[in-house]
Ligand binder design. Structure first.
Ligand code: KIV
Length: 280
């Protein structure tokens, strides 16, 4: 089958994991509305992430901290309407999963009832038990490790994680614990490529990278970054905005958004993206 053909058999997480196990790279993109969801489904994107990055790219905020469950369920419904045949992952926003597992379960169910097939939340450590609690109750989970945007204030800004031996070991141990707890995927954001490779080779769950090198089992980008149209917080001078190293503008070689998305999927599948220049 052509890897960029639409998936007509319906969204199936197990098939995706088999794809990853066979060595095929998983192409994921953020998506917040039905128009883009339809374009992405046609382009053969494997997973649509309704990311809480919507706080920045849709709402114009400086970070993701003010995104609510209402925002997330609204956008998850829109994406689900546009891409009925594609796996949808929805972010659990800040405050929706940290306090107790029962609340995390209720909020995860709300996202699933809004059209998500899987939820994603940030952090390792005590979140491993939350992941296990959800997985045991039938909710597929993606663990988000490395740079975790909801902890931006604690992490002191948008910084690469896992650069010291101790922090690299912490991320590796969290990834192992999350995989053992039964998560479906581990997303690694802004970590050295060598660490992401080591993690990918050490755990059962497939890894999805953003700023984590080419050796992850798959890649994700924010759609506005892929199109080169995000220029920073509302009200700030766009000429002062500098895209992170891991971003590539796929629209600059074509005048079609559909083609740019298709080219991204191809580049992920044939491992030409991310190149070394996009990695740490
Ligand atoms: O919210 C989001 O878009 C994300 C990506 C940065 C992976 O979590």
């Amino acid at each position: 089958m052509n890897s960029t053909a639409p998936n007509l058999t319906g969204p199936n997480l197990t098939e995706l994991q088999k794809k990853a196990a066979s060595g095929e790279k998983i192409a994921m993109l953020t998506c917040y509305d039905s128009t883009f969801a339809k374009l992405m489904e046609l382009a053969g994107v494997d997973i649509l992430l309704v990311g809480d990055s919507l706080g920045m790219v849709l709402q114009g905020a400086e970070n993701t901290l003010n995104v609510s469950m209402h925002h997330m369920t609204y956008h998850t419904k829109s994406v689900s309407a546009g891409a009925p045949n594609t796996v949808i992952m929805a972010d659990m926003p800040l405050g929706s999963y940290e306090h107790d597992n029962e609340a995390a379960f209720k909020n995860a169910v709300w996202l699933i009832k809004s059209g998500a097939h899987m939820v994603k939340f940030e952090g390792g450590g005590s979140k491993v038990e939350t992941a296990r609690y959800l997985v045991e109750r039938g909710i597929p989970v993606c663990a988000h490790l490395g740079f975790t945007p909801q902890s931006v204030n604690q992490l002191g800004g948008y910084r690469i994680q896992g650069k010291t031996e101790a922090s690299a070991e912490q991320i590796l141990n969290d990834a192992k614990a999350m995989s053992d707890a039964g998560v479906s995927f581990v997303l690694l954001e802004m970590v050295p490529a060598a660490l992401a490779k080591k993690i990918t080779e050490s755990i059962v769950a497939p890894t999805i990278g953003i700023g984590a090198g080419v050796d992850c089992s798959g890649q994700v980008l924010v759609i506005q970054d892929l199109l080169g149209i995000y220029t920073g917080v509302s009200g700030k001078d766009p000429s002062e905005f500098k895209s992170p190293r891991f971003v590539k503008n796929f629209l600059q070689d074509t005048n079609s958004i559909q083609q740019a998305i298709t080219n991204y999927v191809r580049a992920v599948k044939d491992k030409s993206f991310p190149a070394q220049e996009h990695s740490y």
